[in-house]
Each structure stands twice: as C-alpha cells, then as structure tokens.
Write a protein that binds this ligand. Structure first.
Ligand code: AHG
Ligand code: MN
Ligand code: MN
Length: 346
C-alpha cells in the first residue's frame, strides 16, 4: 500500500486587520465603525507597548506627581497611556465619547470631529505598581453603544450593564505583547509581530478549563476578609488532607491583566473580594473598565465572573468609577466560592 504523504495545511498568517475584515464581510458580525474602533485601539496599544518596552531609556518610569479621582498617585505611564488612547480615538468618527480610569468625567469628542455610535471605556495602564519593576502591565477596554438619541453623552450614557458591551479586550505588555479580544463570539488572541508592527492571530476560541488547582488572590488581606472568603481559601490551603482533597497552587502578579491572561491560557481563578479596609468603596477593582470587560472575556471563554453573589455582567452601574468585588475564572471554583457567599448572605 502506498501511504499518502500527510497533507499539511498551508500556514495562513492572519493579521488583526484581516481577522476584522472577515468578521465584518463574511460573518457580518461587526460594522465598519466597530472594525475601525478595534484597529485604532490596537494601534494605540502598540504605541503603549513601545513606551513600556523602552522603560528607563524612554524616561517613562516613576510618578507623574498627580492624583486621579480615586485618590491614586498617577504614574507617568498612566498619564501617557491615557493620552495615547485619547489622541488615537478622538478623530476617527467612530466614537460618541470616551471614559477612563484616569479622567474624572467622560471625555467628549471635540466639535471639529464627526461623532460615531460607540462609547469607549478603558483602564489605560493596568498594574501601575509593576511599571517601575519591569513586571507585565496591560491595557483593558470595553465598547458600549451610545444610547439612542443622546447627542452629548454624559456619565449616565455609560451606566450600562456589562451585558450591553459589544466588544471588550485587553493588551498585555509582557515578554511578548498580546491583544486578547472578544466581539461577543468567542475569545481570540493576537501576538504583536515586532518586526512587522502588526498583531497576528495566534489562538482562536480560547477556552478556560472548568476545573483548576490554581488561584490568584492577595493573601495579605486575609485578616480583613469576610467569613465565606476565609472559609473558601482555608479549604484550598488545607490541601490534600483537607476537605478539598487536593493541593492548590497560588499566583499573584498584581496586574489584573497578567493574572487574567494566565487564566485564559491555563485556567485558574482571580479573586479580589470585599474586605474590611475597602468596604466603604465597595471593592478594589472598577466595574466599567476592569470587571466588565474581563467578565465578558472570561464568560466568552467558558468561565464565570461574579461579585461573590451575582453575575458581574448583570450589575447596573450607579457611577463611572464604581468599584466591585471580583471573582472570575474556572467555572467550578467560581461557582463554589459564590455559593459560600450566597449561603452566608441568607
Ligand atoms: P491599576 O494599576 O489600573 O490601578 O489596577 C491595579 C489593580 C489590578 O491590576 C491588580 O489586580 C490589583 O490592583 C492589585 O491590587 P493589590 O496591590 O491590592 O494587590
Ligand atoms: Mn487596573
Ligand atoms: Mn490603571
């Protein structure tokens, strides 16, 4: 018998541009404006990636000497990344307004430019405490539709539950720069080809394993946690001989983007619960530009995201910079820790 030589698939390199064109033209999944929006955000992320990569040589490390509305000291890179995203997105005609962690109020589109139908919300530089120590940081973004009939969107226009997001994504500036994106039809990952200067599709339809033996949490807050949170983590820490009958491993990068990216790649959970220190604030992470986009990505990859009691994407925001507790990642663990909280609340 003549064995036929195995036919290998031709290597098809799909750029982000081609991916988006196919989403628009073939799948009719997005329109030209949303395609432009994603392209523009990706281009801005390339600029941020360059600035992050230059580090001390670019003079971008250290504090900017200012504070944002949340009372956090802004780093030079927080401000620079915010400016890069603003400048890139103002003039294209695809947006009605923008909002960011680093701006008190929504940013209107200047009158000299046309306005579009979308709202863009972002955390320009996530993981600020890691900038100066050369650890992965990122950018997180979420896209909403501007409510019908609203000409000059104010804060209220942005207060939509996460289920209304038409797209969400993040860029992670790590050992390589990657863009992870959902348009509501799965999660896809692109790696920046630094020579070509373009994002290339490297993984389609990422899936988060339902079970995991890895969790991410800032353990230094343990003494401030509520009872159900302590119960859950103590069970994990008890390992093989404890009630879970298995050893669990822990990771904490302190850049949400990097921690979530690990979960997207190999499963796991990421938890920033409520604790006594931050109770008045409602949590640590921000709903509109951290929790919602990450929750959409995680759900689209088959994971789960709650605030300990309810689905994050169902929360109706009350203010632009609202904070929430965040529990996300592998489904079976998030279901369990959420069940402990619900039980305690009853
Ligand atoms: P940001 O740098 O945008 O303010 O976000 C930091 C967030 C998040 O990225 C990270 O998971 C968390 O803060 C770390 O908090 P702790 O320093 O309390 O661990
Ligand atoms: Mn952040
Ligand atoms: Mn930030």
């Amino acid at each position: 018998m003549n064995a036929k030589p195995a036919k290998s698939d031709p290597i098809k390199s799909v750029s982000l541009t081609r991916f988006l064109i196919e989403e628009q033209r073939d799948k009719q999944h997005i329109n030209a404006d949303l395609r432009l929006l994603i392209e523009v955000v990706a281009r801005a992320c390339k600029s941020i990636s360059l600035a992050v990569g230059r580090g001390a040589l670019g003079g971008v490390l250290g504090s900017a000497g200012t504070e944002n509305i949340q009372g956090e000291v802004q780093k030079k890179l927080d401000v620079l990344s915010n400016d890069i995203l603003l400048e890139a997105n103002e003039w294209g005609g695809h947006l009605a307004a923008l909002a960011s962690e680093e701006m008190d109020d929504p940013h209107p589109i200047p009158h000299r430019y046309p306005k579009g139908e979308y709202l863009l919300v972002f955390d320009p530089l996530d993981g600020s405490s890691n900038i100066d120590v050369n650890i992965s940081v990122g950018t997180i973004f979420s896209v909403l539709r501007c409510p019908a009939g609203v000409q000059d969107p104010d804060e209220k226009a942005f207060l939509q539950p996460g289920t209304q997001q038409v797209a969400a994504g993040y860029a992670v500036y790590g050992s390589s720069t990657m863009l992870v994106l959902t348009l509501g039809d799965g999660v896809h990952a692109f790696t920046l080809d630094r020579e070509l200067g373009s994002f290339v599709l490297t993984q389609r339809n990422l899936r988060i394993a339902e079970d995991t033996r890895e969790f991410a949490i800032n353990m230094s807050n343990l003494r401030h946690w509520e009872a159900p949170m302590r119960r859950y983590i103590e069970e994990l820490l008890a390992g093989k001989t404890g009630p879970r009958g298995a050893d669990f491993n822990m990771r904490w990068v302190a850049s949400m983007v990097a921690d979530v990216h690990r979960i997207i790649c190999r499963g796991g959970t990421f938890i920033y619960p409520l604790d006594a220190k931050i109770k008045d604030k409602g949590g640590k992470l921000r709903l509109l530009y951290e929790a919602n986009p990450m929750a959409l990505i995680v759900e689209q990859a088959g994971g789960m995201a709650t605030n300990g009691l309810t689905r994050i994407l169902d929360i109706v925001p009350q203010s632009l910079h609202q904070r929430v507790p965040v529990f996300l990642g592998s489904k079976n663990e998030i279901e369990r820790v959420t069940a402990y909280h619900r039980e305690a609340a009853r």
